[in-house]
Design a protein around this ligand. Structure first.
Ligand SMILES: *Cc1c(COP(=O)(O)O)cnc(C)c1O
Length: 393
């Protein structure tokens, strides 16, 4: 079984590029060039150097001793929370801004929901002196004021999406419209392992530095490269894709994906796409998607903004359908409890997204000598208000 993308841009039956005709030249230019550009020694040199000196890689692989004792297994945390800007998203935006430069682009657009991807994009645009336009739903602008301020400080223009529900989906539509109108000078930085081919594969490759490092770091710690399990939370699926990438075809490594169950999988207020989703098209690719019987996309819900997405990247849809990955979910309450637990046991306050991945230890029993690597996708600073309100701190 092949778990990587094929020549046509598919992972099994999922993926592809379902885009308006007018967008075809832009996406095709990227498709024809992305692998070639990424293989250039100059590109790799600049990318690796920025990952080291700007992002702060390699991120540590930390043996969480007290957490391991509590659950009677060996838990390692891959510390993406220590990256510049506080999460894994910067790995992808650094890669894509270098790609945009190589393709001769001078203007960057992005869409953002909670603002995390917008901040990571505005950051690399400042770094490279490129114009940056971020589309964001009017409702999201109101509820994510600190991230809007960050983007502005970094020199980006934040344009409100005023149509529809005025959230992420509408911001995405605005970004696509912009790209159609500016095909020559503009690159669209997508923030997760989603979108039309080649985006899911390109984002996965930029994030694959995560599993590349896990291999040699685990070898140093344990004398072997492969853990028994790799675990990550899934919104669109970029931190997960990067965490799994170099283990996809290692049969001894089991893969666990953790989705947000919100108020409960059957509550009508969740984002558990693999359970509730059906095949459909979102954001330019065929994948699993939460939708009504007549194909309207269902509004997802999760306490964590980064997991509040109605679809999942096509690679993950394939991993789910083939049974290569075990899909689990955690509710708001379970995730919050695990976030507090990690804070108290290890002195690490995780992003609420990452707390979902940690919640599996209450649900699944691991063996004493199992090595379980969990992607700690981000830090909890951005979530402090949510933690405060939830725990009445
Ligand atoms: C955005 C985000 C996620 C979810 O995005 P993926 O593409 O699924 O990785 C998870 N964790 C953090 C900290 C995020 O900022």
């Amino acid at each position: 079984m092949n778990y990587n993308v094929n020549e046509k841009g598919y992972y099994g039956v999922f993926g592809g590029a379902y885009i308006p005709e007018m967008l075809y030249p832009n996406v095709e230019e990227l498709r024809q060039n992305y692998l070639k550009v990424m293989a250039e020694p100059d590109f790799q040199k600049e990318f690796q150097q920025l990952l080291r000196d700007y992002v702060g890689r390699p991120s540590p692989l930390y043996f969480a001793k007290r957490l391991s004792e509590k659950y009677n297994t060996k838990i390692y945390l891959k510390r993406e929370d220590l990256n510049h800007t506080g999460a894994h998203k910067i790995n992808n935006t650094v890669g894509q801004i270098l790609m945009a430069k190589r393709l001769g682009k001078s203007r960057i657009i992005a869409e953002t929901g909670a603002g995390q991807h917008g901040v990571a994009t505005a950051t690399v645009c400042a770094l490279m002196g490129m114009e940056c336009i971020v589309y964001m739903g009017e409702i999201d602008i109101a509820r994510q004021a600190p991230n809007v301020a960050r983007m502005k400080m970094l020199g980006a223009t934040v344009i409100p999406a005023l149509s529809g529900s005025r959230t992420l989906k509408d911001a995405t539509n605005e970004a696509i419209r912009d790209w159609i109108n500016n095909p020559v000078n503009t690159h669209y930085i997508i923030g997760s392992a989603i979108g039309p081919h080649p985006y899911p594969d390109m984002v996965t490759r930029f994030q694959s530095i995560i599993s590349e490092e896990i291999k040699w770091q685990l070898k140093e710690h344990e004398g072997r490269e492969n853990p028994d399990y790799v675990v990550a939370c899934i919104g669109g699926g970029s931190n997960a894709a990067g965490t799994y990438y170099h283990f996809l075809h290692e049969e001894s490594v089991k893969i666990i994906a953790v989705e947000a169950a919100g108020l409960g999988v059957d509550s009508g207020e969740s984002a558990a796409t693999s359970i509730l989703g059906k095949e459909g098209i979102i954001h330019g690719c065929k994948t699993l998607l939460m939708q009504t019987n007549d194909g309207q996309i269902t509004e997802p819900y999760s306490i964590s903004a980064g997991l509040d997405y109605p679809g999942v990247g096509p690679m993950h849809a394939h991993l789910c359908k083939t049974g290569r990955a075990e899909f689990m979910s955690a509710t708001d309450d379970e995730a919050m409890k695990s976030g507090l637990e990690l804070s108290k046991l290890e002195g690490i306050i995780p992003a609420i997204e990452s707390s979902h991945a940690l919640a599996i230890f209450e649900k699944k029993k691991f063996k004493e000598d199992d090595i379980v690597v969990v992607s700690l996708s981000g830090r909890g600073d951005k979530d402090l208000d949510t933690y405060i309100n939830y725990f009445k701190l």
